[in-house]
Design a protein around this ligand. Sequence first.
Ligand code: BES
Ligand code: MG
Ligand code: ZN
Length: 499
Amino acid sequence: MKVTIITIGGKFEADWNTAIVIPAFEKDFPIQSELLSEELDMLVQSIIDREAFSGKEEEVFFIPTHGTQYAGIILLGMGEKGKIYEEKTRRAGGIVANCARANKISRLVFDWSNLNLFYIPSVVEGLILSLFSFDKYKGDSNKGDKVNITGATFLTRPDENIERVIKVINDTVSVCNSVNMCRTLVSSPANELTPESLAEFARTMCDKVELKCKIVTKEEMEEEGLNAILAVGKGSSREPYLILVEYRHPDYEGELVAFVGKGVTFDTGGICLKPRDDMHEMKYDMAGAGVVLGVLYALGELKPKTRVIGVIPAVENAPGNNALLPGDVIRTYSGKTVEVLNTDAEGRLILADAISFAYKKYSPNTIIDIATLTGGCITALGHFAGGIMGNDKQLVESLIQSGEKTGERLWELPLWSDYEKLVKSEVADIANIGPKGEASTIVGGIFLKSFIEGNTKWAHIDIAGTAWGVRHIPYWNEKYPTGFGVRLLTNWLISKSQS
Ligand code: BES
Ligand code: MG
Ligand code: ZN
C-alpha cells in the first residue's frame, strides 16, 4: 500500500476504484470537504438530513457514486468532537479498510484537512493490520475477496510537520509489515512450521536484514545441558532447536535487552494430552517466538540505536514413546531441578532454559519473555489485554505504557512471595504447576521468576488471550493471529533508545 500526503489544492490520483473518505464528528454538520463537487456535496447533505449517518464512533456509511469521478464516498464516524486519540484513529483505519473491501474499493483518499496530521500513522496502521490475510493454501476459487488497497492519500492543510509525519508513516509501514510477517508465521500449520523450519525461517530473515543468527542443534544442546528444552522436545520426532538472533547498532554501547519467545510449534499437551476440541489452535503456541522474530525484523529494517538478543526455544510438545512423563525430574540448564507434574505446562520449562542461557551467555540487563503460557490468562483478561508480571516496577510500567500507545494493552498481575508456596515440590527444587484452578497465570510467572539471576530486570508477558481470537476490534480479524507484542516491544525499544 502506497501512502501519500498532499496539501489542499494538490493533485492526487483517483480512478473508478477510488473512494473519498470523509471523517466526521458527531453533530458536527454540515460536512465540508474540498474533495466534494457541488453535486456530491448535496448528496452527502441529503444523507445527513435524513439522519442516515450521525458521526457516531465506529459508524460508517458508504455512498456509491458511479458515474462521477470516484467510485464512492465513505462517511466515517469519529464520535465525540475534540476527542481524538491513537486507538480511535487506528480503529477508524480498520473500519475504512473493511468498508473498502466490502465495496471492492482499492484506492482511498482521506480528507484529513480538519484533523491533526499526527494521527495519520495510526490510521495507516489500522488499514494495514486489517488487510492481512493468510490464503497460501487456498486455490483461486476459494481465495474469496481479492480486493486489496493499493494506495491511501491523505489531504491535509499545509503544515511544517509533514516531512516528520511521512517519516513516521514509513516506519509504521515497516513495523506493520513485521507484524504481518509474524502473523503469517503464526498462521502456518505445524506440519509446515516445525522447529527446524522455524530455525530456517529465522536464518533467511536474518540474511535479509543483516542480523546475526545462530542455530543451536539438539546435539549442541545436549553438550550444553539445556535439558528442559530437550525434555519437552523428546516426545516428538521433530528435533528441538534453540534460535539466537542478534541486532546491534554499530554505534551503540548501552544496555542489552534479551527477548525470549515461546516457540512451541505445536502443543498437544504431551502425555498429559489436551482434549481434542480446538486442539488445532495449538499451532499458535509459537506466537511468542513469532513476536520476537517480528521485533528483530523491524529492528533490522529501522536500525535504531540499540542492542537486542532474541532467544527462541523451538520445540514440538508431543506424546511420543520417548516423551517426558508426569513425575519426571529435569535438571535444568540453571542447575535447578524441576518436577514435571504436568507435561502440558511445557512453555515455562523451555523458557526457563532459554532465560538461563540468555543470562549466562549474554548477561543482558533486561530480559523480557513473551509466551502463550496459560489458558488462565484468557479466563482472567479475555482477549482484550495481555498479562504482565515482573521484578521491576519501572520496566513493567514502561511496557504497559508502550502497550497503551500501540493499542496492545497489558494488565499487571502480582508476584507476591506467597505464591511461591504453590510451586513447592516434594522431590525437586520446584514443581512446574500449582494447585488446579489457582492463579495459573501468576504461577507461570512465579515459576519463571525463580530462574532470573543476578540483578537482571525481568518481565513476563502472557499473550495466551491476545495472540489470536480477538473479536470486536475493527482492525483485528478473529480468523487470524494478531502478532500482539511486535508493535509494543518495538515501540518500547525505540522509545528507550531515544530517551
Ligand atoms: N499453550 C498452553 C496455554 C494456552 C492454552 C494458550 C489455551 C492459549 C490457549 C500451555 O502450554 C498450557 O497448556 N498451559 C496449561 C498450564 C496448566 C497445565 C498449568 C493451561 O493453561 O491449561
Ligand atoms: Mg501446554
Ligand atoms: Zn503451550
